[in-house]
Design a protein around this ligand. Structure first.
Ligand SMILES: C[S@@+](CC[C@H](N)C(=O)[O-])C[C@H]1O[C@@H](n2cnc3c(N)ncnc32)[C@H](O)[C@@H]1O
Length: 352
């Protein structure tokens, strides 16, 4: 399989402007990853390359970085060139990180067996460049095409809203947006699309605003949750996250580190459940079950610190967008990877 890679030619790369993404929890990420000379580190969410550059500056290591957004890969060309052979940047979803790592390392002449990476980092969500560019359609504050596809492939948010059934739309808004008025919003969407199919972010923001009679919710625009829900659905963000955690488990060497930064509770809950199951600290198992019916597998990860790290006040003063960030990390043991079970991680299933 041939995957688009950044050419590494600095002249290809569009220079970043003032919308540059500020890396979140950067010193905590570096401390948890603890890069050493000779390491291979996988950055599953390259974005503006903030983590990748800091990792490559911290040690004489190599980074294999992925991003599903072709723009991020194109613009990363300047960073690839700067690190002269120490950075490989591939356009791919992070759910495929184990496969991409095996393929890339084989094509670069390295032996590809299980236990390839010394660390994996994932910084879940969208970058400031995606959020702040009207043409990407992520923001209800900027009028643009109602798109929201990080990969710029597949079904857009407008395609979904213009073709899905009312119940499916309501379920997406309820499950991924945790929006109590999901049914009223879905009804209003169907009414509006019968007049004119959705094409622009402003059209959707206005429909939701009307459902709420123009009132804010918790001090925020009432379309905040609906936009979040559509973004998660269009990009299958929760399924991607669960598969990436499992891919990282497969690809990490014993003593390798998995570091994950999330931005909302739906994501954090999956990471927390994943680590709880893999470290043997699972909660919620009934005490009334006979002991032999609780199947326990040897722990594939161990914690140094099981609590989530959050941004300091100093970081929040500089970057308010970091406010809901949570970092969780754990260290791989030498035990086999557990099978991926989306239901056990309580990953909500999207409508068909
Ligand atoms: C929060 S930004 C990462 C910022 C980066 N850590 C930095 O310091 O510049 C998230 C990036 O992950 C990418 N992304 C999100 N979901 C992805 C997925 N499933 N597979 C690959 N990349 C993904 C987005 O396109 C975006 O560029």
């Amino acid at each position: 399989m041939t995957r688009p890679k950044s050419s590494g030619d600095a002249s290809d790369a569009t220079e970043r402007d003032s919308r540059r993404h500020i890396p979140v929890l950067l010193s905590e990420v570096l401390e948890s990853l603890a890069p050493k000379n000779g390491d291979l580190i996988i950055d599953g969410t390259f974005g503006a390359g903030g983590y990748t550059s800091a990792i490559l500056d911290a040690a004489n290591c190599r980074v294999l970085a992925l991003d599903r957004d072709p723009r991020a890969v194109l613009e990363g060309g300047a960073i690839v060139a700067r690190y002269q052979g120490r950075l490989t940047l591939v356009e791919a979803p992070f759910s495929e990180l184990a496969q991409v790592a095996a393929e890339t390392l084989t094509s670069e002449g390295h032996e590809a067996r299980g236990g390839l990476a010394d660390a994996v980092v994932l910084d879940i969500g969208v970058s400031s460049m995606q959020l702040d560019e009207a043409e990407r359609g992520f923001s209800f504050q900027l009028d643009g095409p109602l798109d929201m596809r990080m990969s710029q492939k597949g079904e857009s948010a407008a395609d979904f809203l213009n073709t899905a059934g009312e119940e499916d739309i309501a379920n997406v808004i309820y499950v991924y947006g945790e929006e109590r008025r999901s049914r009223a919003i879905a009804r209003a969407i169907l009414k509006q699309r019968a007049v004119k199919p959705f094409g622009r972010t402003r059209e959707l923001a206005d429909v939701v605003l009307r459902v709420f009679h123009g009132r804010k919710v918790d001090g925020r625009h009432p379309a905040t949750r609906t936009f979040q829900a559509l973004r998660i659905h269009v990009n299958d963000e929760l399924g991607e996250l669960a598969r990436a955690l499992s891919g990282a488990e497969e690809i990490l060497k014993p003593d390798g580190r998995l570091v994950v930064v999330t931005f909302h509770s739906l994501e954090d809950r999956i990471v927390k459940k994943f680590f709880a199951a893999r470290t043997g600290k699972e909660t919620g198992v009934s005490r009334h079950l006979p002991a032999q019916s609780i199947k326990s597998r040897p722990a594939s990860f161990r914690f140094l610190n099981s609590r989530a790290l959050t941004p300091s006040k100093g970081e929040l003063d500089l970057n308010p967008r970091a406010r809901s960030a949570r970092l969780r990390w754990a260290i791989r043991t030498g035990e086999p990877a557990h099978p991926l079970d989306l239901a056990a991680l309580e990953v909500p299933s999207p409508p068909d």
